[in-house]
Design a protein around this ligand. Structure first.
Ligand code: CA
Length: 227
């Protein structure tokens, strides 16, 4: 397998070096940009397999960079992991809605960063077979017969609960904002609002019983399965 190239858009030298050292050690090729303009230019020039994007950048900020990357046909497909600070939850939500794939909050351990990168590389967005049986811990979901087993026992879910669980199970560990969930659940025959997403989550957790706490609330951002 060829070394995956990762573009790091980050102005702080200490963090650049931390990332460069740890990713190189794992066999990745690392390209660093010191600001947003350079980052956008290098994203086109170097065609990296993944971009780590700091949100607090001099000049054009990380969200603007993300927007620009996701709007350009040359770079729209490249997964983006945002590097954020505590208290930037509203920016995280905006970034995820612009198409960023994930985020890591500073200070982060290299181990966590590497785990996130590997997960994204392993499963690019939207390539799951919709009919494939999926399993997470003791939960098994079978899309064909529309059945869910928890610890070997069948449970009854509403259409929205089933679809939401399927979304989570296809992307374990992934954060979904409420508005993203609304978009993904649309297509059911009734309107979904951000408020009703919370209601669906409550029902789903209850019906999953012992396994219900695997659906985590990510404060100020949304929900995710696991971690
Ligand atoms: Ca910064």
């Amino acid at each position: 397998m060829a070394a995956l190239k990762i573009l790091v858009i980050e102005d702080e030298e200490a963090i650049q070096e931390l990332i460069r050292y740890n990713l190189s050690k794992e066999g990745y090729t690392v390209v660093v940009a010191n600001n947003g303009e350079e980052g956008i230019r290098l994203a086109k020039q170097e065609a990296p397999g993944l971009i780590l994007l700091d949100l607090m950048l001099p000049g054009i900020d990380g969200l603007e960079v993300c927007k620009s990357l996701k709007q350009e046909i040359q770079t729209a497909h490249i997964p983006v992991v945002m590097l954020t600070a505590k208290g930037e939850e509203s920016d995280i939500v905006i970034g995820l809605e612009m198409g960023a794939d994930d985020y890591v909050t500073k200070p982060f351990s290299p181990r966590v960063l590497l785990a996130r990168i590997k997960r994204i590389i392993r499963r690019p967005a939207g390539n799951a077979d919709p009919q494939e049986t999926v399993q997470y811990g003791e939960i098994v979901l079978m899309p064909g017969p529309h059945r869910v087993l928890v610890q070997g026992k069948s449970i009854e879910l509403t259409a929205s609960e089933f679809n939401l669980l399927h979304i989570f199970m296809n992307r374990p560990g992934w954060v979904f904002t409420r508005s993203r969930i609304v978009d993904l659940l649309r297509g059911d025959n009734y309107p979904v609002t951000e408020r009703s997403v919370d209601v669906v989550i409550v029902g789903l957790r209850r019906k999953l019983g012992n396994c219900g706490d695997c659906i985590k609330t990510v404060r100020g951002v949304g929900y995710r399965l696991g971690e």
